[in-house]
Design a protein. Structure first.
Length: 549
């Protein structure tokens, strides 16, 4: 167990806002210092008058892009193919890669809309936890007849196009990356999209079968509404290093390693819910063991077909930019400290520019700042109470990290049900002092789990107790996006403040600081609505690291 203090110095030289970063092909030990580029465009809150105006130009561009031939990289569906083939999720490249696809698509929309002032509006789901009404109308709703309405027509129109474009050219770097992702040919690609072996989990959904492709109730369900709350957002933004704010490091951007708070909560759960996965409220409680699934594009990797995708990811990018500016103002790290060169040099090879030509910016480091995309954001929710940047003269205290694995068999009531053992952490006095009302720190638990095969949107609650399961409190729940199963151990960062506050209020916390973590696979309720007789199944917890940020 490590009870020391750890703090890493920030990389100096890059300023806030639309900062240009040295090309990753020639990454130096430190990022080159450059003056911030002035913003030429502003991304407005979609709820504002300006944001609503942008939606009209967005529709005009979508109409033009839907009419382009499949061979044109600016065709609306071609961007969705790029996301399916190359998108990183569950690793530390989520932010730069999605900044790239959103920025280049924004330039396409700007050109094809004919409006030079266009920039994507963002959906501030914390302030407005329901899908904007305009996104159910016209060409902003992928249920519109102008979109391809069935999988057979989709396959007939696009099959062979990517092969002809050279995606699987022998010896190419793109082929190497596709092979790492398991997409070794176009036939494999279509098998993954249509998934005939398991028709419950396609990536393309027929759109005319129900009134709205997304969650028929525009409001976010109970799982997603909690995920976008100010409390969750505040914990996500409290991270003091990129490795905690972002998801974990990985060998390459096709490997899933785990989920930070921002990706695991608002990113994943908004995707799933606006893709039609809805958890009910039963007896006044959010029922995570049961979900209906009407099947919408946002729940899978062809999600950019749904115009809502770019409003969702503009908000994710806005939060990354806000966090970066705060880190710089406080003199704290805002880019990876360990293996920075490997992070910055990771190749992104599938983007096209506004004219459909391959881009010259092909490394993650090219997207470490907004740079030549030259936009900024109208202010929005960033997790109250965090008003504005921290003064540069005021450093936040260093991160406290505690890791421990006490044999779970020694804990009262900690017997595993299916071979998966809970894991315990003994908090040291320095951290116990932070578990009190008004403490200035946020506590995060990095919990590494071995998840079983799971359907889309399956929630796995993570519980904590002090040795007595009957008094367990839910820390949160974890769920994947876009995958039908987990791939080995995954590390999820979960806000811990609320659970510890509940334990403290109920006088369950003990002086020895012992916390027992376990994760469960819920057994679905019976159709009658009564609880199933079979108890939930334990999921193996490999390790827990608790940090104070």
């Amino acid at each position: 167990m490590n009870d020391g203090l750890t703090m890493k110095h920030s990389r100096r030289g890059v300023l806030a806002g639309g900062v240009a970063v040295a090309a990753a092909a020639a990454v130096a030990p430190r990022v080159a210092a450059q003056l911030p580029a002035p913003a030429r465009w502003r991304r407005y809150n979609v709820a504002s008058a300006e944001g609503q105006m942008m939606l009209g130009h967005y529709q005009a561009a979508i109409a033009a892009m839907l009419k382009l031939p499949p061979e044109d990289p600016c065709n609306w569906y071609r961007t969705a193919f790029v996301h399916f083939l190359d998108c990183p999720h569950g690793n530390w490249w989520l932010f730069p890669w999605h900044r790239g696809i959103t920025g280049w698509t924004e330039q396409m929309v700007r050109r094809l809309s004919g409006f030079e002032g266009f920039a994507f509006p963002y959906w501030d789901w914390t302030a407005n936890p329901e899908v904007p009404a305009a996104l159910y109308q016209g060409l902003l709703n992928p249920g519109n007849p102008a979109f391809i309405g069935d999988a057979t027509s989709f396959s007939q129109k696009f099959r062979g196009v990517l092969t002809a474009a050279g995606y699987w050219a022998p010896g190419s770097t793109r082929l190497q990356q596709l092979t790492e992702r398991g997409i070794t040919s176009e036939d494999v690609l279509w098998d993954q999209i249509l998934n005939p072996q398991n028709p419950d989990y396609p990536a393309f959904f027929p759109v005319p079968t129900y009134p709205n492709v997304r969650n028929p109730d525009a409001r976010l369900d109970c799982v997603a509404a909690n995920a976008v709350s100010s409390t969750i957002l505040q914990s996500a933004m409290a991270a003091q290093d990129y490795e905690t704010f972002s998801s974990p490091a990985a060998p390459n951007h096709s490997v899933m390693k785990g989920f930070a708070v921002l990706e695991g909560y608002p990113h994943n759960k908004v995707h799933n819910n606006t893709g039609g996965i809805v958890h009910p409220i039963v007896n006044g409680q959010c029922d995570q063991s049961t979900a209906t699934n009407t099947g919408g594009l946002m729940q899978a990797f062809l999600s950019p077909v749904d115009p809502l995708f770019f409003l969702h990811h503009s908000n994710i990018d806005r939060l990354w930019d806000a966090w970066t500016q705060r880190q710089i103002a406080a003199g704290l790290p805002y880019l990876p400290q360990a293996d920075f060169d490997a992070w910055a040099k990771e190749e992104f090879l599938f983007f096209s520019d506004a004219d459909g030509k391959p881009v010259t910016k092909t490394h993650a480091g090219d997207y470490a700042a907004i740079g030549d995309f030259a936009y900024d954001y109208q202010p929005g929710s960033t997790g109250a109470p965090m008003p504005g940047p921290v003064l540069k003269t005021t450093r936040r205290p260093p991160v406290l990290r505690f890791a421990g694995e006490v044999p779970a068999g020694s804990l009262k009531g900690a017997k595993a049900m299916s071979g998966g053992l809970p894991t315990a952490v003994r908090l040291q006095p320095a951290l116990l002092q932070l578990i009190r009302p008004g403490a200035p720190r946020h506590l995060l638990a990095k919990v590494t789990l071995v998840l079983p095969h799971a359907g889309r949107g399956q929630e796995f609650p993570v519980l904590v107790d002090t040795g007595d399961r009957s008094r367990a409190v839910q820390v949160g729940s974890v769920a994947l996006f876009g995958h039908t199963m987990a791939h080995g151990p995954l590390t999820f960062t979960l806000p811990l403040d609320g659970a510890l506050a509940t334990l403290r209020t109920s006088n369950a916390l003990k002086a020895n600081g012992l916390l027992n973590f376990r994760a469960i696979e819920p057994v679905p309720r019976l159709l009658s609505g009564t609880a199933a007789a079979t108890p939930p199944i334990d999921v193996e917890v490999l390790s827990v690291v608790i940090e104070a940020h």
